[in-house]
Ligand binder design. Structure first.
Ligand SMILES: NC(=O)c1ccc[n+]([C@@H]2O[C@H](COP(=O)([O-])OP(=O)(O)OC[C@H]3O[C@@H](n4cnc5c(N)ncnc54)[C@H](O)[C@@H]3O)[C@@H](O)[C@H]2O)c1
Length: 445
């Protein structure tokens, strides 16, 4: 299937063409099961196959979900013969698209194999290992004509979309500075006891399960912003990155690494073997990005310390700003001078959030019930499936994925060189100048 990849507004291709999308799932662990659930709920999706080498938990749990949703006659194939079995699944000719929710080191490999097999990949978030990987994604997409969907879900968070609406309506004036990040106490995700998803022990690697099995190792060996997309994706949409604007350069610095070692000692004792592990990842990594159009973006990566969850958003312009912490907003000429206002609730039509609620949320809020992360995960799957059905360009595409993924290796390089400036490649090869914004432009999908 050849999609218009560059320079084409989504709506030019917005005629519904396909009624059903046949999906294969690669990786049905914690996150893959969320996506599986959303796919099983949709009449326009047929789950054809699942693939995961974990036959103790991931496959049986997914099988159970499938048997509850589908009648017994509908067979869903399973591929669980080791980590390369996805290649066998990709040989099937009854799969249109695949959803990749595997450990980070597999994303690019699997997305490239999918494109080469003619399947459209949706790829979960993370950062790349190196810049070469990002170019491979772009090059393969361009040479095969198969588009890639970047599964950044926070772009679809209700408050984030309302703020996007405020930005588009000029409430903050011309944007100058944005902030975002991943500030999430992941200590009980990075360590568990091998029996439960979160906490209960201080194991990681082979003795652990789910993300502690593989994610924690990145904290042992790498020091940089390892998870940039939740902060960067949403603010990129607000300033049209890769569509009239682009990221130019970054500089990153990291604090010392203390939190993970302290957690092991506090929970497992100083004699636990993992108390000897040296973690490279600084507790807080700060990355300052410069854009072509003159904005700065400050990203934070903060996953090793006790703290309430916050993605640290701040969207600031010549006329005011919004910050997600404390749900605060200030608009010159509307807010009392020098005083924060509350951004308010979607239920209150007189509040900022109520007034600027995005048309997509107004339309689909009821459908999102039960979907992960407050409903935003529903929009990710919806956007992926509806775009395929209509043969419309993805709202978050391969150029976005490559750009966001690139932050990780560049920030590692910058931290290693004491905050040196790193230049961010233009993965669109100049097409950003003429590409037009197409993220959530109206209330359709
Ligand atoms: N967007 C979000 O909000 C969000 C939330 C959680 C996780 N994630 C991302 O989703 C991805 C998966 O995370 P998770 O929490 O499900 O981890 P997980 O460890 O629970 O699941 C990963 C699954 O992939 C399987 N797997 C490993 N190698 C494979 C291979 N070669 N082929 C097929 N399957 C393979 C594992 O057996 C496991 O079941 C990661 O990239 C993570 O960062 C995103």
């Amino acid at each position: 299937m050849l999609f218009p990849l560059l320079n084409t507004p989504a709506r030019l291709f917005a005629n519904a063409k396909k009624e059903k999308v046949r999906v294969g799932m690669i990786g049905v662990g914690a996150r893959g099961q969320n996506h599986l659930n959303l796919c099983l709920r949709r009449k326009d999706v047929e789950v054809v196959a699942i693939c995961d080498p974990d036959t103790k938990w991931a496959i049986p749990k997914s099988r159970e979900m499938i048997s509850k949703a589908y009648d017994a006659k509908r067979k869903v194939a399973e591929y669980s013969d080791g980590p390369e079995d996805f290649r066998k699944m990709l040989k099937r000719d009854d799969i249109d698209a695949v959803i990749i929710a595997t450990p980070w080191e597999w994303h690019t490999k699997q997305a490239i194999a999918a494109m080469k097999a003619g399947k459209i990949p949706a790829v979960e978030v993370c950062g790349a290992s190196d810049i070469q990987e990002c170019w491979e994604l772009v090059d393969t997409s361009e040479s095969t004509g198969i588009p890639v969907f970047a599964m950044e879900n926070v772009s679809y968070r209700r408050d984030v979309m309302a703020v996007l609406n405020m930005v588009r309506q000029g409430l903050f004036g011309e944007l100058t500075h944005l902030q975002g990040g991943y500030q999430h106490d992941l200590r009980s995700v990075k360590f568990n006891n091998g029996q439960q998803l979160y906490g209960g022990g201080v194991e990681f690697g082979e003795k652990a399960m789910s993300e502690a099995k593989w994610r924690t190792n990145h904290s042992v060996h790498r020091n940089g912003d390892l998870y940039p997309t939740h902060g960067l994706g949403p603010v990129s949409n607000m300033i049209n990155i890769n569509r009239g604007n682009r990221l130019i350069s970054l500089s990153s610095v990291a604090t010392k690494s203390r939190g993970l070692h302290k957690y092991i000692v506090d929970k497992g004792g100083k004699d636990h073997p993992n108390a000897n592990v040296e973690f490279k990842l600084g507790d807080i990594v700060s990355t300052l990005i410069r854009t072509n159009n003159g904005e700065t973006i400050l990203l934070s990566h903060d996953t090793n310390s006790p703290r309430p969850y916050s993605l640290n958003f701040r969207v600031q312009g010549t006329n005011g700003l919004w910050m997600n912490d404390m749900e605060s907003i200030y608009v010159e000429g509307k807010s009392p001078y020098d005083q924060w206002e509350k951004s308010g609730s979607f239920k209150d039509e007189n509040s900022y959030m109520g007034r600027y609620d995005h048309p997509l949320w107004k339309r689909y809020a009821a459908d999102t019930s039960g979907a992960g992360h407050g409903g935003m995960d529903w929009f990710v799957i919806n956007s992926f499936i509806e775009s395929i059905k209509r043969e419309a360009p993805f709202a978050q595409d391969v150029y976005d994925l490559a750009t966001w993924y690139a932050i990780t290796p560049l920030s590692e390089q910058s931290v290693a060189e004491g905050g040196s400036v790193q230049y961010i490649p233009d993965f669109t090869r100049g097409a950003w100048i003429n590409r037009k914004a197409n993220f959530a432009l109206d209330g359709e999908w």
